[in-house]
Design a binder for this molecule. Structure first.
Ligand code: SF4
Ligand code: SF4
Length: 203
């Protein structure tokens, strides 16, 4: 059996590590690969990548693989990995950062529906500082449809509309869909946070 030796490219690793540490606020070099995070991650096995492996990819400078693996797109943000980590590394913050970086790099997401969900969530919460279900669902459907059109997959759109209509009607019947648009008291503060975050990203 042949194995491929892992390459370490310091010129690629340092900028990637610096960017992810700065944006996620996580101290990745503190990881000593104990894999306590891996043992508790509910999606690691299915994704084929556990939090420790994701961190290793970044430390080795593998930008493409770090942005294009299923853990980034399947992470539930459950924070189990961070709760178990002896070094308090929150991989959910890292997967969020990598999603955003993939978007900025115009990389085709491995799971387009998750990318549409992520974009819709960020947009919806920026308007009123709160997650409003009806607003979010509208933005999500638009994002999802635009993504499907871009990929030329029109069947996905019709299937999605049918499934969403069924779900929406079922939720209305059970009074689980709220139409009122709630907003935080200090919306200006939330908008300032979004603005600051965008400025940091553009730097
Ligand atoms: S639990 Fe923390 S230190 Fe251990 S492998 Fe996971 S991220 Fe690294
Ligand atoms: S936050 Fe994400 S990476 Fe961490 S345990 Fe949960 S699903 Fe796994």
């Amino acid at each position: 059996m042949t194995t491929t030796a892992i390459k370490y490219e310091p010129d690629l690793s340092k900028p990637l590590l610096h960017e992810i540490m700065e944006r996620s606020g996580q101290n990745l070099p503190a990881c000593y690969q104990c894999r306590r995070c891996a043992a508790g991650c509910p999606v690691g096995v299915e994704a084929g990548v556990t939090p420790d492996r994701l961190i290793r990819m970044i430390l080795l400078g593998d930008r493409e693989e770090a942005m294009n693996n299923l853990l980034v797109w399947k992470c539930l943000s459950c924070f189990t990995c961070g709760a178990r980590c002896p070094n308090n590394i929150q991989t959910a913050r890292i997967t969020e950062t990598l999603k955003q970086m993939a978007k900025e790099a115009h990389t085709e997401p491995l799971l387009p529906k998750v990318a549409a969900f992520h974009n819709a969530f960020m947009k919806a919460t920026s308007h009123f500082g709160r997650f409003n279900e009806v607003e979010f669902m509208g933005i999500y459907e638009l994002e999802n449809t635009a993504s499907a059109v871009k990929r030329g997959n029109l069947k996905i759109i019709t299937d999605e509309i049918k499934a969403s209509s069924r779900l929406g009607l079922a939720m209305i019947r059970k009074r689980r869909l709220h139409f009122r648009l709630a907003r935080v008291r200090n919306l200006a503060e939330v908008k300032a946070l979004y603005k600051k975050s965008r400025q940091q990203t553009d730097r």
